[in-house]
Structure formats: structure tokens, C-alpha cells
Design a protein around this ligand. Structure first.
Ligand code: SF4
Length: 299
């Protein structure tokens, strides 16, 4: 199989076939992001021949392991959904040709990638299996989205996700606690809850901002332009987020950036998760949490 650099995938894609169709990110401008810094280029699409070779290899392996079945494929790279609909459809057909049991295809997508597709193209993508795509919205707070160069604002999130809903393509959100900076965690959480409440994400995965020295954000901090939240403010931010979310959604904070794993089904388990967050805020020290983050060599 061809894999380039570090491969990132959401936790719920752990049973999916990971198929490289792109590497890197077309945007590559978010100030906090160092995820694809190990690549010698910004973005690359795999040639169709390489994708086909990988699928041939998977097919052969499946023939050897009679009891194995693949029902879902996750396309790797920061935003494979940026590819033209015709290309994505071609990839979906190739997957089906080689793995007849595959039912759905997921990938990371940027809000701007959805905007590039027509409604008709989104419907076609759903028909060939694209579903459960993961969008790192990070926040619904415009000030933070703009400062961090995410390349869209909150109204774009609502517009584009409603288009996905219309095409029956489900989606998951990644949220980034701490992205708004010192003293703004509450505003960040409330603005994001307000966006989420207008939509139907299947999942909200919370991550916590970890700043690495090679990020643009680190340079901004050195210049005194931006200040980081305390770890406790990040937990207060998560608490405000959970308090203000009114939709049915699976909420989790499980990745390496979270010192303490949290997962819950909202609104059913809202009180349970709020109690856990209150306990963390009351009983875990800033020092311990800072130490955890300092020792995070990579996300
Ligand atoms: S956060 Fe996502 S969109 Fe932004 S630069 Fe990193 S990979 Fe690209």
C-alpha cells in the first residue's frame, strides 16, 4: 500500500480500509496546524494507477483471508473531498470493482470543498457511497475562524452542512477547545453550540489546542499578538459547549490532545458529562494538565 507521511484518521474510522488518494492539505494556512509538516509538498493527489494498485493489493489480501470483509473505506489526506466530483465518483467505482462488499466511503473535508460541488454532484456522491464525512470546523466563532485563517466563517458552515443534509450525506464535526485564545473560551463554546444547534452532525469530537514551536500561532504568541488559554479554561469551555448543545449528538473528547477521555450521548447523558467536567475543573490542577500537554510530542 502507498502511504505518505503521518496518516491521520478519526477514531470512529478504526475499522475502515485506509486508502491514500491525496496527501497533505490544499489550504495549509491554519495558524495552529502542524499536522502535515512532515511532507515535502503541500498537497498531492495519488495517480489513479497507484490507487488501483492499492485496491488490487487489498483484493488479493481479502482472497487470502476468507473471513475478512470490508464495508467502509476512509480516503486519507487532509481534504480529499476537494477533488472534483467526477474524480471522487471514479474512485468510488474503482473501490466497488475491487471490494464488492464496500458500502460507504468517508474522508476529511473542508467547508470550502463542499462549496465547490453542485447540489446534483452531492447527490451523485451520496449515491456512490460518500457518507459520514469528517469536517474540522474547529469552532463556530467568527473571530477565531478569521484569526486562525480557517478560510470560512460560521454562516458558511451552516450553508454547506445544510447542503450535505439535503443530499443525505451525514457528517461529523471536529471542535478545537482553546482556539479563541485567553478569556474567550465561553464565547467560543456558545457560538459553536449555536451553529451546531441549527444542524445535524452525527458526532462532535472535541480536541484541545496544543501549540507546537513550528506553528505560525507560536510565532504570534512570541510577538505578543495572541495569548493561550489555561487548561482549566479549556475544560470550562467544553462545559459551556455541552451545556448549550440542544441536538441529539454523540459527543466525545478521546484523542491524544485530551488529558482525560470523555464520551457521551447528548442530551441523554448531559448531566453525567457536566458532572465529570465539573469534577475535572475542581479536582485536577492546572499544573498537572499543563504537564500532560507539555509532554505531548505529537498529536
Ligand atoms: S487544520 Fe486542516 S484545513 Fe487547516 S491547515 Fe491543517 S489540515 Fe489544512
Amino acid at each position: 500500500m502507498h502511504y505518505t507521511g503521518t496518516i491521520w484518521r478519526p477514531p470512529y474510522e478504526s475499522n475502515s480500509l485506509l486508502l491514500e488518494v491525496t496527501a497533505g492539505c490544499t489550504h495549509h494556512k491554519c495558524k495552529f496546524c502542524t499536522l502535515y509538516e512532515d511532507l515535502p509538498f503541500l498537497f498531492k493527489m495519488s495517480p489513479m494507477e497507484t490507487i488501483q494498485q492499492d485496491l488490487e493489493e487489498v483484493k488479493q489480501q481479502l482472497q487470502l483471508w476468507h473471513n475478512s470483509t470490508i464495508t467502509r473505506t476512509f480516503l486519507t489526506g487532509a481534504n480529499p473531498f476537494v477533488l472534483k466530483a467526477s474524480k471522487l465518483i471514479k474512485i468510488a467505482k474503482l473501490i466497488k470493482q475491487h471490494i464488492a462488499t464496500n458500502k460507504t466511503i468517508g474522508c476529511f473535508a473542508r467547508i470550502t470543498d463542499i462549496a465547490l460541488k453542485t447540489d446534483e454532484e452531492l447527490l451523485q456522491l451520496r449515491l456512490v457511497g460518500y457518507d459520514g464525512i469528517t469536517i474540522g470546523i474547529e469552532t463556530g466563532y467568527d473571530e477565531a475562524l478569521t484569526f486562525m485563517n480557517k478560510g470560512y466563517v460560521s454562516k458558511d458552515i451552516v450553508t454547506q452542512c445544510k447542503r450535505l443534509e439535503k443530499a443525505n450525506i451525514s457528517y461529523h464535526f471536529f471542535y478545537l477547545a482553546g482556539i479563541a485564545g485567553e478569556g474567550k473560551g465561553e464565547k467560543n463554546a456558545k457560538a459553536t453550540a449555536q451553529i451546531c444547534n441549527q444542524l445535524s452532525p452525527k458526532t462532535i469530537i472535541a480536541n484541545m489546542l496544543t501549540i507546537y514551536n513550528n506553528s505560525e500561532l507560536y510565532a504570534e504568541i512570541q510577538k505578543g499578538i495572541w495569548k493561550e488559554q489555561t487548561e482549566i479554561e479549556k475544560y470550562n469551555e467544553l462545559k459551556t459547549l455541552v451545556e448549550n448543545i440542544d441536538i441529539d449528538v454523540y459527543f466525545a473528547a478521546l484523542g491524544a490532545s485530551n488529558a482525560i477521555p470523555i464520551q457521551s450521548v447528548l442530551p441523554k447523558e448531559k448531566q453525567k458529562v457536566l458532572t465529570l467536567l465539573e469534577q475535572i475543573i475542581k479536582n485536577v490542577s492546572e499544573k498537572e494538565l499543563k504537564e500532560y500537554r507539555k509532554n505531548l510530542k505529537h498529536l
